[in-house]
Design a protein around this ligand. Sequence first.
Ligand code: UDP
Length: 239
Amino acid sequence: SAQPLKYRRILLKLSGEALMGNEDYGIDPKVIQAMAKDIVEAQRAGAEIGLVIGGGNIFRGAGLAEAGMDRVTGDHMGMLATVINALAMADALEKEGGFARVMSAIKINEVCEDYIRRRAIRHMEKGRIALFAAGTGNPFFTTDSAAGLRASEIGADLLLKATKVDGIYDADPKKNPGAKRFEHLSYDEVIARNLQVMDTAAFALCRDNKVPVRIYDMMQPGALMRILRGEPLGTLVDA
Ligand code: UDP
């Protein structure tokens, strides 16, 4: 921890599916606890952390619509799923000795705070990990877009997107052994190539607000701290 952090304020995006581990639904307690440990370690090292968690391990609006449900209702269910995940993560963070506040884009005041930008920044400055739940609060958006939005709002020095792959490749590395990982891409390149690592809307927000994005493998031990100290793990997307 003697090494200074390159990034002070970060927005970390975790997909809901990341919380499943090897289960096929819901939350694997071991997986969420291991993530929480890394996040609390980063907070203790001095990082101000905002977290956006997806809901794909429980419900996705698009999937529910395919099965016949009204799309907007499905999106409401998906957003509520992200609240469930955020509550679970807050609990896991507190078990690691961290301090966490869940802030929802949809009012559920008996359960968590509302998202209020200045209050969120205050929480982070005081060492509390802010969990931004319910995405953007609007149907037809995703939690990737919410991550780009919140990162821009809080003035994040970096948006970290944790995935199962260690960056962006020119082909699917699971199918093509020769696939090459990019160390760096511009916002416009990822958008033009339609690489599907994160929504186009999210990349466009980050581009317009000059928030660099790093795509990394969350299963790589110590990856979060290494990135915060400036190691070039995964793929960097910026101007
Ligand atoms: N969602 C939404 N608006 C938002 C964010 C999310 O309607 O601003 C809904 C949408 O139905 C989405 C679901 O919540 O499918 C879960 O979010 P997402 O699919 O982004 O989760 P992830 O893939 O990261 O687990």
